[in-house]
Design a binder for this molecule. Sequence first.
Ligand SMILES: Nc1nc2c(ncn2[C@@H]2O[C@H](COP(=O)(O)OP(=O)(O)OP(=O)(O)O)[C@@H](O)[C@H]2O)c(=O)[nH]1
Length: 203
Amino acid sequence: MHNPHIEESTPRQADLTGVLLAGGRSRRMGRDKARLFFAGQPLYQRALELLHRFCRHVLIAGSRPDLERPGLPSLPDRYPGSALGGLYTGLLAATTDWILVAPCDMPWPDARIVERMLTVRQGHDAVVPRTPDGYEPVFALYHKNCLGRMEEMLRQGQYRIYDFYRRIDIRYLDPPELPDGWQRSLVNINTPEQLARLLEEES
Ligand SMILES: Nc1nc2c(ncn2[C@@H]2O[C@H](COP(=O)(O)OP(=O)(O)OP(=O)(O)O)[C@@H](O)[C@H]2O)c(=O)[nH]1
């Protein structure tokens, strides 16, 4: 089903590479989240469409030959086992200063959030939505400046994104700056129960 928040007219950003994070293990779901069928298409497809809307080049972080297609390579993590390792994979491979990251398990990614992130990024290392439920580190913008500090942590076996956040300059986007409906847009599907509930909502 078409996502109304991804408009055809959204301009592509020359300095932005899209990174689909798809290297997780889907333990809570018990089966691969990326290819779950949701409202007429595989779940990952929804984030992919949004990334293509903003970025000329999009890649998959994590070894996913099953999701590859011409112009959409998947890259194995150099430091496997965490979303931070996936961010590193994307940032290392990107030829642009910035990456726009999206997870493969977000049913309603909202282009308006991306637009707001792009507006405020200047002078920061990352832009991350922040809500009363916590941060959304896998639907965010990261600058190449982050690479060194990510690598430092990953080399030491430190994988916690929140520890990483203490080392960089982040511009958070809080609810007053987020568009209406952000609660729905920032949902990730993690469990079979959640999937069933959201499918019901969508139908
Ligand atoms: N490249 C890469 N992506 C990851 C990795 N771990 C998680 N992700 C991605 O990060 C996003 C959020 O993942 P989570 O739900 O936190 O983790 P998960 O491993 O997919 O699921 P659980 O096993 O249930 O925790 C998803 O898009 C995952 O595909 C990883 O080690 N490498």
